[in-house]
Design a protein around this ligand. Structure first.
Ligand code: ATP
Ligand code: MG
Length: 589
């Protein structure tokens, strides 16, 4: 198969910061063990267990850092609010007390359906203090995805806004009989006694709260997967996961407590919770929260004006920025920025290099899943980057490339060989189950390995390369083709903004490769460009792997978390049922 790095290695200058948390990958990985790492955390006072919210917030007060800004919230309409760690501790204490006042018990489900408002962060942390099981949902979900998740996860309490309540939830109240309390941000509209207003509820609650003993193995968060390959699964996580967030925040994102950090993901996606709330707070940084949706100019303004030092975003946003060109960055003073990372989809080599060209810094790709709870494979601040590679396993994580066969698993040691990416169990943030799907959960594990469902390869230097999701791989004339390498080759062409590649049935080859392409502004979707792209791909990939067909689209279908839904491209191409569309980003359902 083609594709090995034909892009030059990006060497790291003696590091962009004099004291990277992971200065020597090899040594740290060899010495690391999770028991020692547990020293990063305090645990509840008096040995009363481990609670995520205590580690994220209260602990900093105990260490005299209560005055440090924890959340820097930038509202859609220009409002700005800052909460120190002490403010956040008090507000989340009030919310925990409010839940008690409402009779909510530990283990019960608290669902959050609101945009990136300060209340979302307060409620999430407060509900964790009260030992409830928290599920953040995308506020853009329609009534049906809200209802199915709330039913599945036994939502007892919902926190939302009056507008979202009226538009999406009110009509579901009959159906959601288990949903006993709805709290709306601000004041409850007059005349609906079933609603609690946030302001009054919190004002009446005490700002003092002692977290009850918390079993590290008790469930903390129920997170639904993105639904890229089918119906979303409910992954259950526990309080013990916070250790993985402490470690990955430091190692994979290089967070130091003087950082100003911005994660662009919404907490409706696991990235926005694990790395938009928990990891940054555990690491004691100032966490920037931007309420507005993507807009390149306003994003650049946030980076410049807030003096963001560490930025965690996703390929879909990076591709949109690339579409506008590096010129759009002119006039923004970005000298504070020192580390940029990306997750969620493969980060094409072009995008890594564009980071260098536009920001003077490469994007650091990292890989993980809702199921793994935290970053598992990453490019670290002090490690050279091979553009297109997702990096090396986190210290404390053993990864392997494996082949499933009838007798179990076969580990593939030969470098550059495709197989399924597997992770040796356990690690602290590993999911503890799929909600109501025990059998599916059990099937993820073979011989002490967790099988990720993703195909990858490892090179002789130990770098991992994403090949594709096992479900998406194309079999054409005896070749196994990962859509990612075809998409990456297409993205190298200056006209291409986005590409999604699928296999379509063919009587001779089994399957042939078809590409859907969205163009950058200024390029016309005509026959001349189509042949040029086909020629470019053939030259880059060889005839066996290059697409046989290219179709131009204005944009490609994506999940709310920004991932290209190849399954939908394929279903539509072949006239097959479209399956679960509850996480489709646009309203083109
Ligand atoms: P579903 O499981 O419901 O189909 P999903 O897999 O997209 O949805 P997530 O848990 O949000 O849900 O995404 C994890 C998946 O995203 C990974 O298994 C992988 O396929 C892809 N992914 C994440 N990060 C990367 C990366 N850096 N490179 C390549 N793929 C990635
Ligand atoms: Mg998945």
């Amino acid at each position: 198969m083609p594709q090995q790095p034909d892009h030059a290695l990006i060497h790291k200058p003696a590091s962009l910061r004099p004291d990277p948390n992971l200065a020597d990958y090899v040594q740290t990985a060899a010495r690391f063990n999770w028991d020692d790492a547990a020293k990063l955390l305090d645990g509840l006072p008096g040995g009363a267990g481990l609670n995520i919210a205590y580690e994220a917030v209260d602990r900093h007060l105990a260490h005299g850092r209560g005055d440090r800004i924890a959340l820097r919230w930038l509202g859609k309409s220009g409002a700005r609010r800052e909460l120190s760690y002490a403010d956040l501790a008090q507000a989340s204490n009030r919310f925990a007390n409010a839940l008690h006042d409402l009779g909510v018990q530990p283990g019960e489900g608290v669902f959050l359906l609101l945009g990136r408002l300060p209340e979302l962060y307060v409620a999430l942390l407060g509900a964790l203090k009260a030992r409830c099981v928290v599920t953040p949902l995308f506020s853009a979900f329609g009534p049906e995805p809200i209802a199915t998740r709330a039913e599945m996860g036994d939502a007892r309490v919902l926190v939302t806004t009056p507008e979202l309540y009226q538009r999406k939830v009110q009509g579901l109240r009959q159906r959601l009989s288990g949903l006993r309390q709805v709290i709306v941000v601000g004041e409850a509209p007059a005349g609906d006694a079933s609603l609690h207003g946030w302001d009054a509820l919190l004002a009446a609650a005490s700002p003092d709260y002692t977290i009850a003993p918390t079993d590290p193995e008790s469930v903390s968060l129920l997170h639904f997967t993105s639904g890229t390959t089918g119906k979303p699964k409910g992954a259950m996580h526990v309080h013990a996961a916070v250790l993985a967030h402490a470690v990955t925040g430091r190692y994979a994102l290089d967070l130091h407590d003087d950082d100003v950090y911005w994660c662009t993901a919404d907490p409706g996606w696991v990235t926005g919770t694990s790395y938009g709330v928990i990891a940054p707070l555990v690491c004691g940084v100032s966490n920037v929260v931007v309420e507005a949706e993507f807009d390149a100019q306003s994003w650049y303004r946030v980076l410049a004006e807030e003096r963001v030092t560490v930025w965690y975003t996703a390929p879909t946003a990076i591709r949109m920025m690339m579409k506008l060109g590096a010129e759009a960055l002119q006039g923004f003073e970005l000298s504070a920025l020192r580390f940029m990372a990306s997750v969620g989809e493969p980060l094409n080599p072009e995008a890594v290099l564009w980071g260098q060209q536009a920001f003077g810094l490469p994007f650091h790709d990292n890989w993980w899943q809702t199921e793994t709870g935290g970053i598992m494979i990453a490019n670290y601040a002090a490690m050279d980057i091979k553009p297109g590679s997702m990096g090396k396993p986190l210290p404390g994580i053993t990864a392997a490339i494996v082949q499933r066969d009838s007798s179990g698993l076969r580990l593939i040691d030969t470098p550059d060989t495709d197989g399924e990416l597997a992770l040796k169990t356990p690690w602290p943030s590993m999911m503890r189950g799929y909600l109501h799907e025990d059998e599916r959960y059990r099937k993820c594990f073979v011989d002490g390995w967790y099988l990720t469902g993703d195909l990858a390869r490892r090179d002789a230097d130990g770098y991992y390369w994403f090949v594709g999701r096992a479900d998406d791989v194309i079999k054409s004339s005896g070749h196994l083709i990962g859509p990612f390498e075809v998409e990456s080759a297409l993205l190298e062409h200056p006209a291409v903004a986005e590409a999604g590649v699928i296999g379509i049935p063919d009587p001779m080859a089994g399957e042939v490769v078809k590409a859907f392409v969205a163009l950058k502004p200024g390029f016309a979707p005509d026959e001349a460009l189509r042949s040029e792209l086909l020629g470019h791909a053939r030259k880059r990939l060889g005839a066996a792997v290059a697409p046989k067909q290219i179709e131009f689209r204005n944009n490609l279908p994506k999940t709310r978390s920004g991932k290209i839904m190849r399954r939908l491209l394929k279903a539509r191409e072949l006239g097959l049922p479209e399956g679960d569309l509850s996480t489709l980003e646009s309203d083109e359902k």
